[in-house]
Design a protein. Structure first.
Length: 309
């Protein structure tokens, strides 16, 4: 049973809120939609926010938010959590996050998860229309046991596995059928690797790429992922040690029975375009070393998934 429609937002604790907001505005082209003391909301469409920054002594992923399919789905999720002895905090009215309905809870890894019914809508998208944003697509989060935690999300919240890279990364889809609305990667503690924005097409992606390069924030250049088929570039945010992915061509899975593939880690799993052409024998002098010129992937999760040993 589908309970989660798709990805909504995340909240990051940051030591320097103004510098972080400037990065997401200038480099990532998000717009500030609301300010309160110690809190800044940013968005890329008519939803009130995709990202909330909160003044915090250290960089920390504080919470993630996902929209429920319906009010009935919220009730079902609440019952499933109760069966596991997990407490929830009910949302009353429209709260400070400008979302209503649903509740919040902590998952077995300690991540705060917000399930909501709807978010306040702005009169129009606050960003330049020619940026070409389609939607806020997914988040990739480090956790100590990604496969074990994914079982919880599949059984309790109705996510389905789309693909998996060994025991390193697992991709989970929701009712909107994008290849993944959520992914977990193996890490020492709960933290953000990146969140992803879907753009309208290749021209928009290449324009963003040129802009990110000009800003000196390119984390990983053009890649095509074997799992989702996405063509992507990444902006690197050194202020909070995470990234923002911009992609197009992200797969939509219409077969509800699809349970995904167990993919082998390696450079071409992270980037299908990394497969080298064979070296011509006559072009190599005896004793010449053959150099591996495959560029290193940009995000930490991609580095883990690219290792074939």
């Amino acid at each position: 049973m589908d309970l989660i429609n798709g990805y909504g937002y995340l909240t990051l604790g940051v030591p320097d809120i103004e510098a972080s907001a400037a990065f997401y505005q200038q480099v990532c082209r998000l717009a500030i939609t609301e300010r309160r003391p110690g809190v800044i909301h940013l968005s890329g469409d008519a939803n009130h926010h995709w990202l909330t920054l909160v003044e915090h002594r250290t960089t920390e992923l504080l919470r993630v938010g996902y929209r429920a399919v319906s009010r009935t789905a919220i009730t079902e999720a609440r019952n499933r959590l109760a069966d596991r002895g997990i407490d929830v905090v009910t949302r009353e009215g429209t709260d400070a996050d400008q979302v209503s309905g649903g509740f919040t809870f902590r998952d077995p890894a300690g991540l705060q998860f917000d399930l909501y019914e709807e978010m306040q809508q702005l009169g129009s998208a606050p960003t330049d229309p020619d940026v070409g944003f389609t939607c806020n697509l997914h988040a990739v989060i480090f956790v100590p046991d990604p496969i074990g935690l994914s079982e919880f999300y599949r059984e309790v919240l109705g996510f389905q596995r789309s693909d998996q890279i060994a025991d390193i990364v697992i991709f989970l889809r929701a009712a909107n059928r994008f290849h993944h609305a959520l992914a977990f990667a193996r890490g020492h503690h709960v933290s953000l690797d990146h969140f992803c924005v879907l753009v309208n097409g290749v021209d928009e992606l290449m324009r963003l790429r040129a802009h990110i390069i000009k800003e000196g924030a390119l984390g990983d250049d053009l890649v095509r992922h074997a799992a989702s088929g996405s063509m992507s570039v990444y902006a690197r945010n050194d202020l909070n040690d995470s990234g923002v992915e911009f992609c197009t061509g992200h797969a939509v899975i219409t077969d509800a029975s699809y349970q995904g593939r167990l993919l082998k880690p390696g450079p071409t799993t992270v980037n299908m375009w990394a497969r080298p052409f064979p070296r011509l024998a006559e072009a190599t002098a005896p004793g010449d070393p053959v150099r591996d010129t495959t560029p290193a992937p940009g995000t930490q999760a991609a580095v883990l998934a690219s290792r074939s040993d």
